[in-house]
Design a protein around this ligand. Structure first.
Ligand SMILES: *[C@@H]1O[C@H](CO)[C@@H](O)[C@H](O)[C@H]1NC(C)=O
Ligand SMILES: *[C@@H]1O[C@H](CO)[C@@H](O)[C@H](O)[C@H]1NC(C)=O
Ligand SMILES: *[C@@H]1O[C@H](CO)[C@@H](O)[C@H](O)[C@H]1NC(C)=O
Ligand SMILES: *[C@@H]1O[C@H](CO)[C@@H](O)[C@H](O)[C@H]1NC(C)=O
Ligand SMILES: *[C@@H]1O[C@H](CO)[C@@H](O)[C@H](O)[C@H]1NC(C)=O
Length: 500
């Protein structure tokens, strides 16, 4: 994609973004670009979209209370073009915190493996996301049925549904795949339902719930230092300096000037809006590191070139320039939205007409996972004002979940799944060492027959799941080969176990 196109998209993001809103939109965009690429890839290989078909199934709204008989309609996708009927394996692609599309069974590394192994491809959209939302489902009283445990029970019911539909037997070996939160679901599905799924690939999977996820920004700092992706000491120093100057000016009586310099829609007068500006600026860096080299020229190397450019005087000016580059390049000059009130009303929207999945995922952070990307730790290069408190205070405000209950919610999740020691067998955890989420995943091999881990040098979030390209680093290509080897070993092992 051309730089100008990317910049235009970034402008659209920044226009209405703050407090994680920008980061969330960057993610939505990355998925869109990946789908566009998948579309081109399909054309190139004269495959067609018609290979995928969409289906729906009725699911209990509450798997754990049979007195309640409400149901909802859950969407899934199937591609049986590669399937070697009747005994070929089943590759299950698990949907996460956003809408699923037919590309879930048409493109990606799991699809190329399905071709090789003659697998039936199936994918299930996560409840409460995309089109799998109960009417009125985003109202507070319904959100109690949005949880990873319900989602795993949906997967078990889906297993039965597909097995009946395609007359599958125990000869059809299931392998699950997923990335990010869905990567964790992939590992947990194997952990909780080992009789349904024989092996699981978990890409960039944060299996450990964490209230204060300060390590996220520690990794962001390391990645900005990492010369293998274009980072440097100078870059991190410049980022630190820029944030400390912006903060001092914002809170030292110069907010009008700062608001002008950064083209804010309104002067950030209230302390909340001033903090929101700091969050928006930080989000540019967070999103870039998390999706380094995924889409377009927005990379660590590109940010660091701007932040260390000697032609521009002072770190503050460079940060202003960086922000302006996103805002102004196309002569289309929206302003930077730094209103905390706007963020809150976006999160409070129950119609899902806003940013897909934003409200639902925030609910899951309050009720299950935490994952708040704070900056109170000295290793964080941005502003200390990005606190746990500013994020968790939204839980009671939006969902009536008291802040005091968050530690127990997160503790329960770790108790239930095993946290940093999930003790899962035949699970392959794949992470990139640039990706901040690796801090809550599994990056070391287990003992003997336990899980296995692959840590990909200089690789970002979920990069291994994409189809291979000629631009891939050797470390990524090698990791994909390792994943393929592992999946082949599982399938052979399953076959042997059946013979015995
Ligand atoms: C659901 O349960 C209610 C009472 O609990 C009952 O009146 C209703 O007929 C049930 N609906 C279905 C579809 O079974
Ligand atoms: C406020 O901005 C003006 C003009 O940029 C500058 O001269 C002054 O030092 C700033 N004051 C503070 C407290 O940052
Ligand atoms: C550095 O800044 C100068 C002046 O703004 C610009 O001409 C040059 O292209 C920049 N270099 C990089 C690497 O961004
Ligand atoms: C969220 O929306 C509900 C219903 O429209 C409203 O009653 C509530 O005050 C809103 N909460 C916030 C924090 O804006
Ligand atoms: C795990 O073990 C395999 C070989 O058994 C090795 O290739 C791989 O590098 C190890 N992974 C890590 C993260 O050490």
């Amino acid at each position: 994609m051309a730089l100008s196109q990317w910049l235009m998209i970034m402008i659209l993001f920044i226009h209405s973004s703050s407090s994680g809103r920008l980061l969330w939109k960057m993610k939505v965009h990355v998925h869109e670009v990946q789908e566009q690429r998948a579309r081109e890839h399909l054309k190139l290989h004269s495959a067609s979209m018609e290979q995928a078909f969409e289906g729906n199934m009725e699911q209990p709204l509450d798997h754990f209370n049979h007195h309640k008989n409400s149901t909802f309609t859950q969407r899934f996708f199937v591609n049986k073009v590669y399937w070697k009927c009747p005994h070929g394996p089943v590759f299950l692609y698990i949907g996460g915190e956003g809408p699923l599309t037919q590309f879930s069974v048409l493109a990606g590394h799991h699809v190329s493996m399905a071709k090789k192994h003659g697998a039936l491809l199936v994918a299930l959209e996560h409840r409460f996301y995309g089109q799998s939302i109960v009417p009125g489902g985003l109202e507070i009283q319904n959100l109690q049925y949005l949880s990873s445990q319900q989602a795993l029970a949906d997967l078990a019911a889906f297993h039965l549904h597909i097995s009946e539909k395609f007359s599958l037997t125990c000869w059809n070996i299931w392998i699950s795949f997923g990335g990010s939160y869905a990567g964790a679901l992939s590992a947990w599905f194997r952990g909780k339902f080992p009789h349904l799924v024989f092996g699981a690939v978990a890409s960039s999977a944060p299996v450990q719930a964490k209230l204060d996820f300060s390590a996220y920004n520690t990794v962001v700092g390391h990645s900005l230092l990492d010369e293998s992706v274009g980072g440097s000491d100078k870059c991190v120093e410049a980022v630190r300096e820029a944030f400390s100057v912006v903060e001092a000016a914002l809170f030292g009586g110069n907010e009008t000037q700062v608001g002008k310099d950064f083209d804010c829609c309104e002067t950030p007068k209230s302390p909340e809006d001033r903090t929101e500006l700091l969050q928006v600026l930080a989000d540019i860096f967070l999103g870039t590191v998390q999706y380094n080299e995924e889409v377009g020229p927005l990379t660590v190397a590109y940010l660091c070139d701007i932040m260390t450019n000697q032609s521009d005087e002072g770190a503050y000016r460079r940060l202003v320039k960086l922000t302006k580059i996103y805002l102004h390049t196309l002569g289309h000059t929206p302003c930077l939205d730094v209103s905390r009130g706007e963020t809150i009303s976006e999160l409070n929207r129950t119609s899902d007409s806003g940013i897909p999945g934003y409200r639902q995922w925030f609910y899951q952070t309050c009720s299950e996972f935490g994952f708040y990307q704070t900056c109170e730790d000295a290793s964080c290069p941005f502003s200390r004002r990005l606190t746990l408190q500013t994020q968790t205070q939204l839980c009671p405000l939006l969902f009536n979940i008291p802040q005091s209950t968050l530690p127990a919610n997160i503790h329960f999740t770790n108790q239930y799944y095993g946290g940093e020691e999930p003790r899962t067998q035949q699970v392959l955890y794949v992470n990139g060492d640039i990706d901040p989420w690796m801090a809550l995943s599994i990056v070391r091999n287990g003992t003997s027959d336990d899980h296995r881990a692959i840590l990909i040098h200089s690789s970002a979030h979920c990069a291994d799941m994409n189809p291979a390209t000629t631009r891939d680093r050797p470390s990524l290509t090698h990791a994909r080969q390792e994943i393929e080897r592992c999946v082949s070993v599982w399938l052979k092992r399953a076959e042997l176990e059946h013979r015995i």
